[in-house]
Design a protein around this ligand. Structure first.
Ligand SMILES: Cc1cc2nc3c(=O)[nH]c(=O)nc-3n(C[C@H](O)[C@H](O)[C@H](O)COP(=O)(O)O)c2cc1C
Length: 172
């Protein structure tokens, strides 16, 4: 199930002490979410469990960021990323997400775990225009080609700064 809500400009802001937590299986299907996750997503718990995490995807999010996320966590590493999510009523909320693989004895991922916190306003001032450009590029092309082009644009942006996405995220 994808998020079928119509996006609107209503923003929800996390409180300083909020942690939005979820766990997923290897495919990104939600196996656990905490109460604050449910509060912000505005779905009943039963409508979230066993659904893919894209149930709260916001259409403004660039596919290249999710590609980077999956490439990183599937290789066994963690990723910090800014993510704009959409609630069941179409409102949005920004998070700084830390996503980590839960490794088995063979050190291969068995599932994934994510903790999201309130992002810094100054960081969003950098992220919002960057994601807007990436998303606009994707919207102009087919899905697969769009993500390739947007990944290239993201890599060029990072190469100019000489840092990884991870270092960039933690630097803003
Ligand atoms: C642990 C974990 C947490 C995730 N959290 C989110 C999230 O908060 N919002 C989101 O849109 N996608 C999240 N994703 C990524 C989704 O699984 C999915 O890749 C993304 O929403 C893009 O979906 P689509 O390519 O089907 O459109 C998460 C994935 C994992 C493994």
């Amino acid at each position: 199930m994808k998020n079928k809500a119509t996006p609107n400009n209503k923003e929800m802001v996390l409180r300083d002490e909020d942690f939005i937590v979820s766990k997923t299986d290897l495919k990104g299907k939600i196996t656990y979410c905490n109460e604050i996750f449910i509060e912000f997503a505005k779905y009943d718990e039963a409508d979230l469990l066993n659904k893919n995490h894209n149930v709260i995807r916001h259409p403004d999010m660039p596919g290249s960021i999710f590609k980077l996320l999956w490439d990183t966590i599937q290789s066994g590493s963690e990723l910090n990323a800014y993510v704009k999510n959409m609630a069941a009523d179409g409102s949005f909320y920004w998070v700084l997400a830390n996503v980590t693989p839960v490794l088995g004895r063979d050190l291969k991922p068995m599932g994934y775990y994510s903790v999201r916190r309130k992002p810094k306003k100054a960081a969003l001032d950098v992220i919002v225009p960057l994601y807007k450009e990436l998303r606009a590029l994707e919207n102009r092309s087919g899905k697969k080609e769009g993500i390739e082009l947007s990944t290239k644009m993201l890599n060029n942006f990072l190469n100019e700064k000489g840092i990884s996405y991870e270092k960039f995220i933690l630097s803003i």
